[in-house]
Write a protein that binds this ligand. Structure first.
Ligand code: BGC
Length: 741
């Protein structure tokens, strides 16, 4: 070992003496050659050094060799402000404000991969300008329960939709020479007991529901990093999990990037060495809690690893593999001389955020065609609700941001309306008035000492005098709402908002409810409210996007990326899925059987014939679309053949707009249980009034297959398949059949 080290130092010195550029610094050489060259020059200590953190978000490079540090940042909606070297507290820099892009649920709701690419490219530019090598995101954990506090950071309940949307995000980020770190791999579907839940799921469900989006991010997106999850699978922590990381990710998918632990997700040196973890971050070791000067040396993958090697208990085989991956990451990012320089808080980024917000907002209900609001005949609009004024970019956990600017819904409405009519505001309810996360403060004073009945009385009184009432409420980023490290207590809206909405509906029939959330909420008043808008956490441009849709500057085209159930019992994870797990007698581990298997989201509602409140894929427009009959170019296919389905779509209304055409497949006769239907294609078409376009989808063997767990392979059974074309999972307009021989 010592000899190797002395040799490598001699080689480097020899190069410097001769003045030749060492291979690892020569950007014209293939990356793998450079990786090997750099590896051969590193001492054992340097190798151990690069596989764990040296501060909250950074790992060291190799100073002696000029190999730079790796700086990570959250992710996934904007670039997190700087914290102190060793602490979560703010570093109080004045150059670290960013643009907050819409939450990933909103991005998924655009059903438009071009928006994903724009998102990835823009946020990647912000990361690059802020000198970050890795963005800790995007997240693609499947939406299994509406209680999961982090659903807003993910892309919904459907593996196909999430997979199609994550790929352009990853590519967009990485086009800046910044790595995307896709998280949290995998089966991390709730925050409650996030460190102690052991998921028990069958292989078919794992492969069909929980893995596909990650797989696409890795194989099609080419993600350079992936983050392990906090919880357990097969009794092993997911940050060092033989099955998930070695067998599936690195084995089956051939991932050549870096597995990064979630912060504090590493628990055991030996498992971390052997079970696929490459870089350790955020461990709160004894060293740290005791305030020792270099506690990072106490990380599981630091001195303890070094000792095992020195004592001959493990070889350097795993270490070299980890270091190669880290070097590859550095060469792809920090040492890529061709990468662009990035940009921060540019108007282009604000425009991108607004565009994505405009396209992601979902018009859930629009009775009497009450929306868009027509300002020519309107004198007075009342806006009610805390979410109309509350800054939502602060809070929610690690995705919390420090923004350069944020337009609240009330401001957005005021900006849009101008002097055309009077806008009055009433609070309606008091939710959570704290506006702080890790030392970033909104600076808003939201305190209001009035009682709930006083607030309702004021709102009702104003509502009676107004032409329209826009209630803007929903969840927020506080604990037990849409927030990391906690789940919601129930499906209901918090802070007695239902009461406020009912009272407003009684006072004024022209009520519009705007729900801001990353999760489905119960709407017991759904029949009393003519218009309902699902507005997500939209970030910097929130108010502008919401106003764009309400006043018709933009024709809504978002579609739900998850089902809104009527009641929590209608959700499979709650009906039969054992959420939130069952505690073991003797250990602090909660086993959770995903008994519902593949029947997640609409797959469950369809199969059990449980009507949703609003279905997966649902979303209205201010214009109307007619979908013609779907036609196939073949009646049967064999082997690797593809069949093309075409459907004409016409904008039959008076406004330009976009419709998302959705293709679902079903396999009515199969030896294993299949969902009633599954999304296998979608396309967002933009149409002028009267315009018709043909939309085509190619379907092949892979789309028809199920995962045969017994034989551990994807399988298609010959026979008849059905194709359904619709505008939502509960709005199928035409179907046809074809055969796979
Ligand atoms: C979160 C990650 C995040 C990390 C760093 C963890 O608590 O689960 O998503 O990237 O912290 O902030």
């Amino acid at each position: 070992m010592k000899l190797k080290c002395i040799l490598s130092i001699l080689i480097v010195s020899a190069f410097s003496i001769k003045g030749e550029t060492p291979a690892y610094l020569n950007a014209d050489l293939p990356i793998e050659e450079r990786v090997e060259d750099a590896l051969s020059r590193m001492t054992l200590k340097e190798k151990i050094g690069v596989i764990h953190a040296q501060s909250k978000f950074c790992s060291p490079g190799v100073k002696r060799l000029g190999i730079p540090e790796i700086w990570t940042t959250d992710g996934p909606h904007g670039i997190r402000p700087e914290v102190l070297w060793d602490e979560w507290e703010q570093a109080c820099w004045s150059n670290d404000s960013c643009v907050a892009f819409p939450a990933l649920t909103c991005l998924a709701a655009t059903w438009n991969p071009e928006m994903s690419e724009l998102y990835g490219k823009s946020i990647g530019e912000e990361a690059r300008y802020r000198k970050k090598s890795v963005i800790l995101g995007p997240g693609v954990n499947i939406y299994r329960t509406p209680l999961n506090g982090r659903n807003f950071e993910y892309m919904g309940e459907d593996p196909y939709l999430a997979g199609e949307m994550v790929v352009p995000y990853v590519k967009g980020v990485q086009s800046n020479g910044v790595a995307a770190c896709v998280k949290h791999f995998a089966l991390n579907n709730q925050e409650y007991n996030r460190h102690t839940t052991n998921v028990i799921v069958d292989d078919r469900t794992l492969y069909e529901i929980y893995l596909p989006a990650f797989k696409k991010a890795v194989i099609e997106g080419g993600a350079w990093a992936i983050m392990g999850a906090y919880n357990y699978y097969k009794n092993q922590h997911l940050c060092h999990n033989q099955y998930m990381l070695n067998d599936i990710l690195k084995g089956e998918w051939g991932f050549d990037g870096v597995v990064i632990s979630d912060w504090g997700g590493t628990h055991n040196t030996m498992e971390a060495i052997t079970n696929g973890l490459d870089m350790e971050f955020g461990s709160w070791t004894n060293g740290l809690s005791n305030g020792r000067s270099n506690a990072y040396d106490s990380y599981y993958l630091a001195d303890p690893y070094l000792s095992l090697i020195k004592d001959g208990k493990v070889t350097t085989q795993e270490l070299d593999d980890k270091v190669r991956r880290v070097l590859r990451l550095i060469l792809r990012t920090e040492m890529n001389p061709k990468r662009p320089f990035g940009s921060l808080c540019s108007e282009e980024h604000y425009n991108a955020a607004r565009k994505i917000g405009d396209e992601g907002i979902v018009l859930l209900q629009n009775n009497r065609k009450i929306l868009p609001l027509n300002l020519t005949s309107t004198k007075r609009i009342l806006v009610v609700g805390e979410n109309a004024i509350k800054m939502m970019t602060v809070g929610g956990g690690s995705s919390s941001l420090k923004v350069q600017r944020e337009v609240s819904p009330l401001e957005g409405i005021r900006n849009c309306v101008g002097n055309n009519c009077e806008i009055v505001y009433a609070r309606g309810y008091v939710g959570d008035i704290s506006g702080e996360y890790n030392g970033v403060v909104t600076g808003q004073n939201l305190s209001d000492d009035r009682s709930a009945s006083e607030l309702i009385a004021e709102a009702v009184n104003e509502a009676k005098k107004s032409d329209y009432v826009i209630f803007i409420g929903g969840l927020n980023k506080s604990k037990n709402q849409d927030c990391e490290d906690s789940d919601r207590a129930g499906l209901e809206l918090p802070y007695q908002q239902d009461e406020v909405i009912e009272a407003l509906a009684d006072a004024n029939k022209n009520l519009i409810v705007v729900n801001i959330s990353g999760n489905a909420v119960a709407m017991p008043w759904v029949k009393k409210v003519p218009a309902i808008v699902q507005a997500w956490f939209i970030g910097s441009e929130a108010g502008n996007s919401i106003a764009d849709v309400i006043f018709g500057k933009v024709n809504p085209s978002g579609k739900l990326p998850f089902t809104f159930p009527v009641a929590l019992e209608h959700v499979a994870a709650h009906a039969i899925g054992e959420y939130p797990g069952i505690k073991r007698n003797d250990e602090d581990i909660w086993d959770e059987h995903y008994n519902e298997g593949i029947l997640v989201g609409y797959r469950w509602h369809d199969t059990k014939k449980i009507p949703p409140l609003f279905a997966f894929g649902h979303g209205l427009s201010y214009t109307t679309f007619e979908l013609g009959k779907v036609k196939a170019d073949k009646e049967a296919i064999t082997g690797e053949d593809k069949v093309t389905f075409t459907v004409p779509v016409t904008n039959t209304g008076k406004l330009e707009g976009a419709e998302v055409i959705q293709l679902y497949l079903s396999d009515p006769k199969c030896s294993v249980k299949r969902p009633v239907k599954e999304l296998k294609g979608f396309s967002k078409v933009f149409l002028q009034p009267g315009e018709t376009k043909n939309v085509s989808f190619e379907i092949g063997k892979d789309d028809l297959s199920y995962f045969d767990a017994g034989n551990h392979k994807w399988t298609v059974e010959p026979g008849e398949f059905k194709v359904h074309i619709g505008a939502a999972s509960d709005d199928i307009r035409s179907s046809t059949t074809f055969k796979y021989n």
